[in-house]
Design a protein around this ligand. Structure first.
Ligand code: DDH
Length: 286
């Protein structure tokens, strides 16, 4: 047990669990980033529903959404941290874990603020179907991300998270990693998107994705239809080109937009205290 509010101690323990030699590419980092994103990415600006507050993925309605398949691995990785620092809320822990993972994998420092609660407000629960479907195109991407309040530039910056991790046939149906070193945060995803020739491949399951094979690579790399939609869309493409050519700029923009993502639906006063979650039941609240 640490002192309530000692987020530095929590960060340290998250960093220490990232190395997982038996899991995927040897790191829990990518799936933790996806947990932070899916816990936040259900937000709808118009109805002010969804978002990371409440950690709704603990329950079947949200946790059992097929879009969240596989994220139980991330939640299980974090259980010992929650047990040791029981004062932190799941909503804070899951978003902080994504931020720490990005940094530890060589990415930018992302601003993160505490205070989310684990109180589930039934009127704020998101319906299923709020997260993007990789089989679709630019219109779908805009529909999903405009709903959260993001611009075209922010959508492309956020998509750069696909530098990390991989697709698992038994989770999403897609298969493979986007880059050769999927536990190192960089702008390689954008560079490969532009420089390689991507060929359509229909997997045995009937799922359609795009692949490229480099002779010296260990495995075939992949892109989702939604990834390549960023190339064919005239408003997305200039951002892909910018981020492929300017890693610093990508890191800067990614840090800003990921910080915005994990704050969706959260209102704070000038001192940073959350003002729209007074119904705090359980969890630590200062
Ligand atoms: Fe993603 N993502 N994502 N993604 N994502 C998958 C894996 C990972 C889409 C579909 C998939 C973002 C945007 C989109 C990460 C982070 C982010 C998988 C594979 C699919 C499918 C899941 C599996 O089989 O395990 C689509 C569609 C979009 C879209 O924008 C249209 C964003 C915005 C982020 C972010 O973090 C900001 C990460 C990390 C992974 C790797 C997970 C892992 O287990 O490895």
């Amino acid at each position: 047990m640490s002192t309530p509010g000692d987020y530095a101690a929590v960060r340290k323990d998250i960093a220490a669990l990232l190395k997982q030699p038996e899991y995927d590419d040897g790191s829990a980092g990518p799936v933790l980033v996806r947990l932070a994103w899916h816990s936040s990415g259900t937000y709808d600006h118009e109805t002010d529903t969804g978002g990371s507050n409440g950690a709704g993925m603990r329950y079947e309605t949200e946790g059992g959404d097929p879009a969240n398949a596989g994220l139980q691995h991330a939640r299980v990785f974090l259980e010992p941290v929650k047990a040791k620092h029981s004062w932190i809320t799941y909503a804070d822990l899951w978003t902080l874990a994504g931020v720490v993972a990005v940094k530890e994998m060589g990415g930018p420092e992302i601003e993160w603020k505490a205070g989310r609660t684990d109180y589930v407000d039934d009127s704020k629960l998101p319906p299923r179907g709020r997260l993007p479907d990789g089989a679709q195109g630019a219109d779908h991407i805009r529909f999903i991300f405009y709903r959260m309040g993001f611009s075209d530039q922010e959508i492309v910056a956020l998509s750069g998270a696909h530098n990390l991790g991989r697709c698992h046939s038994d989770r999403s149906g897609f298969h493979g990693a986007w880059v050769n070193n999927p536990t190192r945060f960089s702008n390689t995803y954008f560079r490969l998107m532009l420089s390689r020739s991507w060929k359509e491949k229909v997997l045995d399951s009937g799922v359609r994705q795009f692949v490229h094979y480099d002779e010296d690579a260990e495995e075939e790399l992949m892109m989702l239809p939604t990834d390549l939609a960023l190339l064919s869309d005239p408003s997305f493409r200039p951002w892909v080109e910018l981020y492929a050519n300017d890693k610093e700029r990508f890191f800067e923009d990614f840090a800003k937009v990921f910080a915005k993502l994990v704050e969706l639906g959260i209102e704070r006063d000038e001192a940073g205290k959350i003002t729209n979650a007074d119904n705090v039941k359980g969890g630590y609240h200062s």
